[in-house]
Design a protein around this ligand. Structure first.
Ligand SMILES: [Cu+2]
Length: 143
């Protein structure tokens, strides 16, 4: 992993990226995979997410690519109270209670966590208040 420029990790206690519409479904088909992946692009102040269904209690990885020339932020109560690993700008932070992460212009960030609680979680970019969306985590247990 090469480091990216322009990523401010000082606020690793805050959130991940950006603002648009992102829906994360936690469904129940994991098979033998060890990580569940979600790719999020930020383009023109909008979230564009591609993902497979997620299942509770398995590690999940959100990769964020900020394609804008603006710095963005993603903040969600989803991450409150759970252990979260945030990687941005060549720095990795690990802890409980992170709200998300800031992602600089043309930079990436990665967030690793294990989903413990199903539910519906709002998220937003605190820099641009009109950038917001919702995370939907469905509690469909894997077979
Ligand atoms: Cu923003």
């Amino acid at each position: 992993m090469s480091s990216q420029k322009g990523v401010d990790m000082r606020s690793w206690m805050r959130a991940l990226v950006l603002g648009g519409c992102l829906v994360i479904g936690l469904a129940g088909q994991t098979d033998a995979q060890t990580e569940q992946r979600i790719d999020v692009r930020i383009h023109d102040f909008t979230f564009i997410a591609t993902q497979a269904p997620l299942v509770l209690n398995f590690p999940a990885v959100i990769t964020i690519h900020n394609e804008d020339r603006e710095r963005h932020n993603f903040e969600s109560p989803l991450f409150e109270g759970i252990l979260t690993e945030v990687e941005a700008g060549g720095v990795t932070a690990y802890g409980r209670g992170m709200g998300g992460v800031f992602v600089g212009p043309n930079a990436d960030a990665v967030i690793r966590f294990t989903v413990k609680r199903p539910g519906r979680y709002e998220f937003k970019c605190t820099i641009h208040p009109n950038m917001k969306g919702e995370l939907l985590l469905l509690n469909i247990q894997g077979v």
